[in-house]
Write a protein that binds this ligand. Structure first.
Ligand code: ADP
Length: 278
């Protein structure tokens, strides 16, 4: 049984991004936009900024109070979009409920959209055209590739259909010639569908959802979930039970999490190149 070590692979991706940045005429500038005081979002944004700065990306953080209005935030995002010194924009979600996140995301110029969330980038991904794709599914692919897990012709099952993870994950797997099944909260007999998978990717946001009976012996299991529990950080997969059945599995923490941040760096470099027309 192989542990898919996200920390180790992420270090390589980060080093490659840093080397790339050193060759650019001007360092990429990433504007992380944080609204309100959600503690998890604060930690995520702090970690992203720290890794970006370490790789040579200019940190253009913008912070807004929980009472910021839609118009104020829209004006700020438009200004970042127009600013040639800003090559990437990341609007940290979720936003406070009085704000319309979709409308704000749509103000990000697609070539500065380092989270790959705009309609243009989602469309490019669906049509198989070059663009910026969400960091977590990109990180999952990078992790699988680093361990030589074959995707062409494989049965891949994705649990979850969010715009940030499940849907783009399915598109990316399809692009790599996997046979893709997408499960969600209304799927009948989830375990039976998951048992078909050679590669099982779980992004449902439910701790311990996937038990050993949902895993085909020898399958590769990738756990995108992360939950704070009284026993520490846990994923959507019951790690201790599933590791006995799986051929390869990601740990939580130390699996997909570090890959997501690494791919943000890679996307920030890609966005800077797109913005500069190189
Ligand atoms: P994320 O952004 O991390 O993917 P979301 O909370 O936005 O997470 O989405 C959770 C996804 O998980 C949804 O697509 C939902 O359909 C799926 N899901 C939720 N519960 C179940 C379940 N019991 N079985 C399978 N899929 C589920």
């Amino acid at each position: 049984m192989t542990i898919l070590d996200g920390r180790r692979v992420a270090e390589k991706v980060v080093a490659a991004a840093a080397a790339d940045i050193a060759t650019l005429a001007r360092a990429p500038g990433l504007a992380t936009v944080l609204v309100g005081d959600d503690p998890a979002s604060e930690i995520y944004v702090r970690n992203k900024r720290r890794r970006c700065v370490a790789a040579g990306i200019r940190d253009l953080h913008r912070r807004f109070g929980a009472d910021v209005t839609q118009d104020e935030l829209a004006a700020a995002i438009r200004a970042l979009g127009d600013d040639p010194g800003v090559t990437g924009i990341l609007l940290q979600l979720p936003l406070p409920p009085h704000l319309d996140a979709d409308a704000l995301v749509s103000l990000i110029p697609p070539d500065k959209d380092v989270d790959g969330l705009t309609e243009t980038n989602a469309g490019r991904l669906a049509l198989g055209r070059p663009g910026l794709s969400p960091c977590t599914p990109l990180g999952v692919l990078e992790l699988l590739d680093a361990h030589g897990i074959a995707l062409a012709g494989a049965e891949a099952v994705v649990v979850g259909r969010s715009n940030l993870v499940g849907k783009p994950m399915a598109q990316l797997l399809l692009r790599r010639h996997a046979t893709v099944t997408v499960c969600h909260s209304r799927t009948r007999d989830l375990a039976a569908v998951c048992r078909r998978a050679d590669v099982l990717i779980v992004a449902a946001g439910i701790p311990g959802l996937i038990t050993a009976e949902a895993v085909k012996p020898g399958a590769t299991v990738v756990d995108v979930g992360i939950h704070r529990t009284p026993d520490g950080l846990r994923g959507d997969v019951d790690f201790d039970a599933v590791r006995a059945v799986a051929g390869a599995i990601t740990p939580v923490p130390g699996g997909v999490g570090p890959m997501t941040i690494a791919m943000l760096l890679a996307n920030t470099v890609a966005a800077a190149r797109r913005t500069a027309g190189r």
